[in-house]
Design a protein around this ligand. Structure first.
Ligand SMILES: [Zn+2]
Length: 394
């Protein structure tokens, strides 16, 4: 960060930490406008349980503020005032999206806030925004980043030649897949890990791994099915035991997220001793096998040992099997049979590989600059080289 950004950031810290301290002391040191109920909820949200049902989650003001500070610290190594950042968070990550956007504003960057794949800002319009405002950073799901790259290529462009230099993904993906998506954009790739109760649950280190922000909660695993985890098991549903200011005992917050928690003390090249975590997706999206829960991330590890899959991969559990669709380079379909064999050798009948048949790119789609949404909502052209010194940061 530049010194001016650091100073602005510190001012927020001082103000917020003063408020937090006042909350902690029950308002005895509070200004007149300081609430005296620090445990009162300021945000409500939902999380998806292991059975796929939605359940409520609430966040108190101290939790929300501390999370916001964690998020800003995590992004401070990625975002500078020179950056133009697109944040495209889906509904289920709306709390995380809001947290990321606030942090981006703190850090002095420009923000383009959009939804995902909806009728107001469909993928072609989002791609148009990316080019028009020379976005340098894209915060979204791996799938959306891959869809945007495919659409860009279909429009005759080379995504790697775009202004985009940093990709921040908000849903789990195998590192090999993430690398391929980022390579298509010619960008660096970083993961964030969010849960509904904690938008900054785990943040990336300089070695590219995720560490839990665990100074205010303890992390443990519970079995995604009835019964206990295998002794020494490292894979299960993540449960956060949250220490809420003003409450005497930690509150267990299940997350519905399947993760691996490497044994405490497992070393990371960054030197941090904080707990490492490997997100694997929602428990509800995994299938059960004799060897434990199987996820799309497991299949991605296998698929992306081949050079042929593109970044577009989706999956859904069907009848106890994981049905995975994968976009493959080339148009003649020759690469699909060997990939099926690769997956079958690794996972047996638990996984069925399908061609990616709902590619967002079709011959009838207009190119991004001429899409109907942009035509209906024209964006005034601006010369960003005058009166605005933002440039690509790398
Ligand atoms: Zn690390």
């Amino acid at each position: 960060m530049t010194s001016s950004t650091t100073a602005r950031f510190e001012a927020y810290f001082d103000q917020w930490l003063h408020t937090l301290e006042a909350d902690t002391h029950g308002g005895t040191d509070a200004r007149p406008d300081t609430p005296t109920r620090p445990t009162a909820p300021v945000r409500y949200g939902e999380w998806e349980g292991p059975d796929g049902s939605t359940r409520p989650v609430r966040t108190s003001r101290p939790e929300w503020m501390r999370n916001q500070i964690d998020m800003a610290l995590a992004l401070s190594g990625l975002v500078t005032p020179d950056d133009v950042v697109i944040v495209a968070a889906p509904y289920e990550l709306s709390l995380e999206g809001a947290s990321v956007e606030r942090a981006v504003e703190w850090l002095g960057a420009s923000l383009i806030s959009v939804g995902t794949s909806n009728t107001i800002c469909p993928v072609p319009r989002l791609l148009g925004l990316l080019h028009r405002y020379r976005a340098t950073t894209l915060v979204c799901s791996p799938q959306l980043a891959a869809d945007l790259a495919a659409l860009d290529e279909a429009g005759g462009r080379r995504p790697a030649a775009s202004s985009l230099s940093t990709l921040v993904t908000t849903r789990p993906a195998a590192p090999e897949r993430l690398r391929r998506i980022a390579d298509a954009w010619g960008a660096s790739a970083t993961q964030l890990f969010a849960t509904p109760a904690r938008p900054a649950t785990a943040t990336p280190c300089r070695a590219g791994r995720l560490h839990l922000v665990a100074d205010r909660f303890a992390a443990r695993l519970r079995s995604p099915v009835q019964g206990r985890l295998d002794p020494g098991g490292t894979r299960g549903e993540l449960v956060l035991d949250v220490h809420r200011p003003g409450e005497p005992a930690p509150v267990a917050q299940p997350t519905g997220e399947l993760v691996e928690l490497p044994a405490p003390g497992t070393s990371c090249p960054c030197g941090s001793g904080r707990q490492l975590v490997v997100p694997l997706g929602r428990v509800a999206d995994a299938v059960r096998t004799e060897r434990g829960p199987l996820t799309q991330v497991d299949v991605e590890h296998c698929l992306f040992t081949s050079p042929h899959p593109r970044g577009q991969v989706t999956s859904r559990p069907v009848g106890g099997r994981l049905e995975v669709t994968c976009a493959v380079a080339g148009t003649d379909g020759r690469q699909l049979p060997p990939l099926r064999e690769l997956v079958r050798d690794r996972f047996g009948p638990a996984v069925e590989l399908q061609p990616f048949d709902n590619d967002p790119v079709s011959a009838n789609d207009p190119p991004p600059d001429e899409d109907p949404a942009s035509a209906e909502h024209p964006v005034p052209e601006q010369d960003l080289t005058e009166g605005d010194t933002r440039t690509r940061s790398s």
